[in-house]
Design a protein around this ligand. Structure first.
Ligand code: PLP
Length: 383
């Protein structure tokens, strides 16, 4: 018998009560029963996004909401500034280009974040751009971006801030209204602890104003239509009903734990993971600005084929983590601490990692990384 553990930055594990909610008999969506659930979900999402705006639910993965943002905000000939700190930053560029927009791209060194001053400079050099598109947490490199400062720079320059918080919302604090985040996006299979298939997007007043004059083609992702329908607890098209029922349950769990406590837990898990990494003589990829959601770790020199680490962890010990993508393939591993994750998930993941590192020839004193993580847990107030 081998138990399995899902420690990836999406999809993430699902709490038992959410699984039970997902398995409930299907209801029809054009009913009062569905509308009552949808109303509860809308309220929960507004709390999570820390906004008075409508948070729109789309039946899509997170990329669908990124696509919807571009297609509903901009007009042909517009230019945008993309902050590319990795694969998902690059996705903003690809989406914008697919709609024929001009893209000014700032590219970070691998594992680096952005200094807000560089962003301010870029906005001065390119007064024609209409918006900054960026990530709050770049999942491919484990980097956290300075969202508050980027939004302040956008406001000062009179452009929109469009933030992909797909591995950030519900992980660390991103108060949409008080920070002036114009567009905030997330997806279901991360901190929201439900399967993939729902994306969420909220627009502030400035963004809705820009959407009024947008002329890019779109049909399925029509945010104005969704806003009208969702205010009445309905969706434009058939929604992913079961996922919405599951979401009502996961939002209830988040409310019960308390948003600040959820953030504190993620911070503690990230700190414990980083302490373990250091104790094992490993190096973080994102040294200066590591994400609270995912810890990217360089494969040590003694291990020639880094892809073997996730493979052996999964095949031999049942622990699924992920490696690097594209140019980082075989060069990093990524340990996730998002969503339904607690201290002993981290201990389990680190235990398997230690065994595999030792097997592959990286010198490890077994228990050293786990011990460093436990010390962080011991020192934490929220026990
Ligand atoms: C930061 C970020 N943006 C966008 C995406 C794309 O989301 P999806 O795969 O749900 O379309 C992901 C997925 O991991 C992500 O981590």
């Amino acid at each position: 018998m081998k138990k399995t553990y899902l420690l990836t930055p999406g999809p993430t594990p699902i709490p038992e009560s959410v699984s039970a909610a997902l398995a409930r008999p299907l209801i029809h969506h054009r009913t009062k029963a569905f509308e009552a659930i949808f109303e509860e979900v809308r309220a929960g999402l507004r709390e999570l996004f820390q906004t008075k705006q409508e948070v729109l639910l789309l039946t899509a993965t997170g990329t669908g909401a990124m696509d919807a943002a571009v297609a509903n905000l901009f007009s042909s000939g517009d230019e945008v500034l993309v902050l590319n700190a990795g694969k998902f930053g690059e996705r903003w560029t690809l989406i914008a280009q697919a709609y024929g927009l001009g893209v000014v791209e700032l590219k970070a060194q691998v594992g680096d974040s952005f200094n807000p001053r560089i962003v301010e400079e870029a906005l001065k050099d390119h007064p024609e751009v209409k918006a900054i598109l960026f990530q709050a947490s770049e999942t491919s490199t484990g980097v956290r971006l300075p969202v508050k400062e980027i939004c302040a720079a956008a406001q000062a320059a009179g452009v929109l801030s469009v933030c992909d918080a797909i591995t950030a919302l519900g992980v660390f604090d991103l108060p949409m209204d008080s920070w002036g985040i114009d567009v905030l996006i997330t997806g279901s299979q991360k901190a929201l602890m439900i399967p993939p298939g729902l994306a969420m997007i909220a627009l502030g007043d400035r963004a809705w104003k820009m959407a009024e004059s947008s002329n890019l083609p779109h049909f399925y992702f029509d945010l104005k239509k969704e806003k009208k329908m969702q205010a009445k607890n309905q969706t434009a098209w058939t929604p992913a009903i079961s996922l919405i029922v599951g979401l009502a349950e996961s939002l209830k769990l988040i409310r019960e734990e308390g948003l600040q406590a959820v953030f504190a837990r993620h911070e503690m898990l990230a700190q414990a993971t980083r302490a373990a990494v250091a104790a094992l003589g490993l190096e973080l990829l994102a040294k200066k600005s590591p994400s609270t959601a995912v810890t990217a770790v360089k494969v040590p020199a003694a291990i020639k084929d880094g892809k073997l680490i996730p493979k052996i962890m999964r095949d031999k010990y049942g622990v699924t983590i992920v490696g690097g993508q594209d140019e980082l393939e075989g060069k990093i591993i990524r340990l996730s601490h998002i969503g339904y994750c607690d201290r002993f998930d981290i201990v389990t993941g680190l235990s398997a990692l230690e065994l595999v590192l030792a097997e592959l020839g990286h010198p490890v004193e077994l228990g050293k990384g786990v011990g460093a993580a436990l010390k962080v847990f011991q020192s934490e107030a929220i026990l």
